[in-house]
Design a protein around this ligand. Structure first.
Ligand SMILES: NC(=O)c1ccc[n+]([C@@H]2O[C@H](COP(=O)([O-])OP(=O)(O)OC[C@H]3O[C@@H](n4cnc5c(N)ncnc54)[C@H](O)[C@@H]3O)[C@@H](O)[C@H]2O)c1
Length: 255
């Protein structure tokens, strides 16, 4: 029960790493708010957690839309009166489902560039803008931002995604510096390739799959391995950790 009695918002918790985190956080005693724009997936995760005897609430949210974010935070506050943990996890990546081109600058239309920046970076600004005042008021809170290996190393032909994820790293550091005095901790996870729907298509390609598994641990990661990192950073066990940029990448970035 490492998150006993805490209220946690997890964005993008209808799938992959967010879903694994929602299930783990709930098992560890948190009330989990699933802030997800995919209604079917969000409801399914809510149902899975509640029917196992834990606490979850799905609130359909587009985290890149200010009105949606404001409504989400208002609803959580009116139901629970507090927000202890915010895991800014939602993102769009290279799968065709995201319907945006993520390639080199010369091949990326400006609309797609803006969409990737909005969903992957501006959402962190928006969610934090509405949650921080609550955490500052209660003089306690933990925010975890999900960046990527792309945020800390150069990955060929992934301009908008890398720029957004690099922005998340920089934003994490400045938020840690600005809000530490209120006992609000802000940390960042940089996952390597994680076996979720986001990269399912890419993993079909043997060459790409081999490259993803070319880190020292010689495999891609599982969503639960990110969830455990997020759990630690969320919990009071990490009470003296803020501003950390934590690769969870099987050693990829150490090579
Ligand atoms: N899978 C990887 O290899 C990998 C590697 C590094 C970083 N990441 C990052 O990890 C995070 C989680 O990704 P995942 O691998 O679990 O992928 P995923 O596609 O399984 O999950 C992402 C979730 O975010 C939701 N989402 C997207 N845009 C949203 C919006 N505007 N509002 C609300 N919800 C939205 C999606 O509906 C989906 O449920 C993302 O930020 C991603 O960029 C993934």
């Amino acid at each position: 029960m490492r998150l006993k009695d805490k209220v946690a918002i997890i964005t993008g918790a209808g799938s992959g790493q967010g879903k694994a985190s929602a299930k783990l956080f709930a098992r560890e005693g948190a009330t989990v708010v699933i802030a997800e724009w995919n209604e079917e997936n969000g409801k399914q995760v809510e149902e899975e957690i509640n029917s196992a005897g834990y606490q979850a609430l799905f609130v359909q949210t587009d985290v890149s839309d200010e009105e949606n974010v404001k409504a989400l935070v208002d609803e959580v506050m009116s139901r629970y009166g507090t927000i202890d943990i915010l895991f800014n996890n939602a993102g769009i990546g290279f799968s065709s489902k995201s319907k945006v081109t993520m390639a080199s600058i010369l091949k990326t239309p400006f609309d797609d560039w803006n969409k990737v920046l909005n969903v992957n970076l501006s959402s962190v600004y928006l969610m934090s803008k509405y949650v921080l005042p609550i955490m500052i008021d209660q003089k306690k809170g933990s925010i975890i931002n999900n960046s990527s290996l792309n945020g800390i190393i150069g990955v060929k032909g992934a301009d908008a995604y890398s720029a957004a994820k690099g922005g998340v790293v920089a934003l994490t550091r400045v938020m840690a510096v600005d809000y530490g005095k209120y006992n609000v901790r802000v940390n960042c996870i940089c996952p390597g390739a994680i076996d979720t729907p986001m990269i399912a298509e890419a993993l079909q390609n043997k060459e790409i799959a081999n490259n993803y598994a070319a880190g020292p641990l010689r495999r891609v990661g599982q969503p639960e391995e990110i969830a455990y990192a997020a759990l630690f950073l969320s919990s009071d066990e990490a009470s003296y950790i803020t501003g950390l940029i934590m690769p969870v990448d099987g050693g990829w970035s150490a090579q």
